[in-house]
Design a protein around this ligand. Structure first.
Ligand SMILES: [Zn+2]
Length: 286
């Protein structure tokens, strides 16, 4: 079977601080190794149940050149490169299409505004207060679940820091396997399990996810259509720039929205608007 993996970094084993998240950080090289190893653990587990599986992994964090290709499991191919709308219109779900049967979200984090959430944000922390799908506040888990759900692909595995579990359970259809990699203390601290432990949990979780998929226990996340994805920015200037994007409407001073017949179109347009809203092209988009 074909499994799509969207890999973020904040929820990876041992990652708790911004210093680990960007190439300038002193501890970044270690963190990207752990990110790659978390993804490999999930792949290894899935292969135990479905040995002929193929994987496409989308590097879904920051500069989107974090995962180490030469250390990636040979059953996978990797989407590398910044999420400029001309490159990766689907952002963290780039590479997904109707040929996949199942999705995993590894290293994910809680949404913007989560009280005491570890490195919490939605899409762009410096710009976005909230994202809503059909009026409901969502994080990246529900957002990307809705994107892959467009092709009727269910999410089978979600991994991240402890507080993401309840967010995911409330935001996407039940049945997926939740794998906590650490217990959150606050925005930049957590009680962390070592890779020797989290890799076991990730592999067991991925194997269980494939089993549940085969038993028909997983459902895709399909918001009601037509779907509206709205983005509430921190500053009204950002909304003013974002509405220059075709197909985007202004909802209020700080909020814009994309309404479409399907989630892929709405998400693509919303992401384009978010990139347009940046004062100047940020380093992670170049
Ligand atoms: Zn990230």
């Amino acid at each position: 079977m074909r499994i799509f993996i969207s890999a973020d970094m904040e929820g990876v084993t041992g990652v708790v601080h911004r210093d680990q998240l960007m190439p300038e950080g002193k501890t970044y090289e270690r963190a990207r190794k752990m990110m790659t190893a978390d993804v490999n653990a999930a792949i290894t587990g899935a292969l135990r149940v479905a040995p002929d599986s193929e994987f496409v992994v989308c590097d879904g964090h920051g500069v989107m050149r974090n995962l180490i290709l030469e250390e990636l499991h040979e059953a996978a191919q990797l989407v590398i490169g910044p999420a400029h709308p001309s490159n990766k219109p689907l952002c963290q779900s780039q590479g997904c299409d109707e040929t996949f049967e199942l999705a995993f979200f590894t290293g994910y984090h809680s949404r913007a505004g989560t009280p005491n959430g570890l490195l919490s944000h939605t899409w762009v922390g410096s710009a976005i207060t909230n994202i809503r799908i059909n009026g409901e506040i969502v994080g990246e888990t529900a957002l990307n679940a809705a994107v892959v759900g467009h092709w009727d692909i269910p999410v089978g595995l979600v991994s991240g820091a402890s507080e993401l579990g309840p967010e995911a359970e409330a935001g996407i259809p039940a049945g997926f396997v939740w794998v906590p990699t650490k217990t959150t203390y606050g925005f930049t601290a957590a009680l962390c399990m070592p890779p020797a432990k989290t890799h076991k949990l990730l592999a067991e979780g991925a194997a269980e996810a494939v089993k549940r998929y085969k038993e028909g226990k997983l459902k895709p996340h399909k918001p009601k259509l037509p779907v509206t994805i709205s983005v509430e920015f921190h500053r009204r200037e950002m909304a003013a720039k974002a509405i220059e994007t075709p197909g985007i409407e202004r909802v209020d001073e700080r909020t814009i929205a994309a309404t479409a017949d399907n989630t892929v179109d709405a998400a693509t347009r919303a992401w384009k608007a978010v990139c347009r809203a940046q004062d100047e092209e940020p380093a992670w988009l170049k």
